[in-house]
Design a protein around this ligand. Structure first.
Ligand SMILES: [Zn+2]
Ligand SMILES: [Zn+2]
Length: 444
């Protein structure tokens, strides 16, 4: 797990004004790069690939990085792509973009909307903006490669697969990402958000909750629906488990310990007149703290077993944790450095106060260095077109966001030009805030 304290000081150079001068030099290349970024974005949006199937996307990323002079390695932890650009003494900065799409039907009506379906007929869409992340990752890689006299250090570009299943980051690390390519001094990642385009949001400390998925199988005894006295009814047992699970958040946790326990899947039986043998529950758990997550998981198991015993179930339930993602906790010093750089470049008005997201990410796995925690920083990039933002009802940003299509919605439609420019600039400026100053960078 990443920790607030770590032995390595966050690397980095420079005064803010120096950073602005360097950013100006590096981003002078952006106008030449943006048409390629836009073309890549349109291509990825029309050809989304589900988690674990990102072969085409990965190859589009890989050849573009090679063309800019990166040493590229393919198939790291599945379809992961790693591009290295060594440019003299200085810190290694990992830039991460996730590449996978979702089984969601696109309803944006855009001319470049996805019409892709899997062989099973399942619709596929970049409904989480990972096409923006990937295109901006490649754009940032290109402007840094074209301005090597303005910075020193190593840029490690990571195209990550399978974020939506919370598997890709861990798979890349397990495949030796840090052992093979070096442990970075800082890891930077960004995600689109339904905030107005041109804005950025940072949050110190935990920025996204940790998540876990749990499956509970409850065993009863089947019987004729007219003879309940011969049964142990798993439907009634399941219903009491669902109700008592609600008391974990309301009665077992402090009001200051943010958590969510949702039963998203409850399945039992198939006929009105048959009491079934089993009931199946699937839950998602979100917490702001990994220790709270452990307590919630223990409470789920205790409640399932206790209710089964109270019902006289023939055997105890099976409680299985299907996957677990840690909380996404920004390194305080690195986050402050990135936010200060963004404020310097974009101006204070572009920064939106940070809100804790109950959604989850596998990005925090990158904090798990082999010897010590690696500082990570993660922020949000607004993508909602200005007109749509102004038309959305509500007085506060949170009220407006509630009325706009967000990530995982078939109507999620980033402002194309504005989001791509903003995503490239925000990642480039953050990278420059961590890399060393180039030899001939001092200009006034
Ligand atoms: Zn997502
Ligand atoms: Zn996402």
């Amino acid at each position: 797990m990443n920790d607030a304290t770590h032995p390595q000081p966050v690397p980095g150079p420079s005064t803010a004004s120096d950073l602005k001068a360097r950013a100006r030099r590096v981003l002078a290349h952006l106008d030449a790069v943006l048409p390629n970024v836009d073309a890549l974005y349109g291509d990825l949006h029309e050809h989304p690939e589900l988690s674990g199937h990102e072969a085409r996307t990965a190859s589009e990323v890989a050849w573009r990085l090679e063309a800019e002079g990166y040493e590229v390695t393919r198939d790291v932890g599945g379809h992961g792509v790693v591009g290295l650009l060594r440019n003299g003494d200085g810190p290694t900065v990992l830039l991460r973009g996730d590449m996978d799409a979702l089984p969601v039907e696109e309803k944006t009506g855009l001319p470049y909307a996805s019409r892709v379906r899997t062989e099973d007929g399942e619709p596929v869409m970049h409904a989480c903006g990972h096409d923006v992340h990937t295109a901006c990752l490649v754009g940032t890689a290109a402007v840094l490669a074209r301005s090597r006299d303005a910075w020193r250090g190593t840029v490690m570009v990571v195209g990550q697969p399978a974020e939506e299943t919370l598997q890709g980051a861990k798979a890349m690390l397990d495949d030796g990402l840090y052992a093979r390519f070096g442990t970075p001094d800082a890891v930077l990642g960004q995600h689109t958000a339904p905030l107005p385009v041109g804005t950025l949001m940072h949050r110190e400390g935990v920025t996204m909750m940790g998540s876990a998925q749990v499956r509970v199988r409850l065993f009863g005894r089947g019987a004729h629906g007219a003879q309940p006295e011969l049964s142990v009814d798993p439907v009634v047992l399941g219903a009491s488990v669902v109700l008592r699970l609600q008391t974990i958040v309301s009665r077992e946790l402090s009001p200051l310990e943010a958590a969510v326990v949702t039963v998203g899947h409850f399945q039992a039986g198939s006929r009105a007149n048959v009491i079934p043998e089993e009931a199946l529950l699937e839950l998602t758990v979100r917490t702001e703290d990994d220790a709270v997550q452990a307590r919630v998981l223990a409470a789920i198991e205790r409640i399932a077993k206790g209710e089964a015993a109270a019902a006289g179930a023939p055997k105890p339930p099976q409680v299985e944790v299907l996957n677990r993602g840690p909380v996404n906790r920004n390194d305080p010093a690195l986050l402050r450095r990135v936010r200060a750089a963004h404020e310097e470049w974009f101006g204070r008005a572009a920064l939106v106060p940070g809100v804790l997201a109950t959604a989850s990410e596998d990005f925090p796995y990158f904090a798990q260095g082999p010897e010590h925690p690696v500082p990570i920083a993660y922020w949000f990039v607004g993508i909602t077109p200005r007109k749509a933002w102004e038309a959305a009802p509500g007085a506060t940003p949170l009220e407006k966001v509630a009325h706009l299509p967000g990530p995982h919605n078939g109507g999620y439609a980033p402002d194309r030009a504005g989001s791509l420019r903003m995503g490239c600039e925000s990642l480039t400026v953050a990278a420059l805030a961590c890399l060393h100053v180039g030899d001939d960078s001092v200009e006034h």
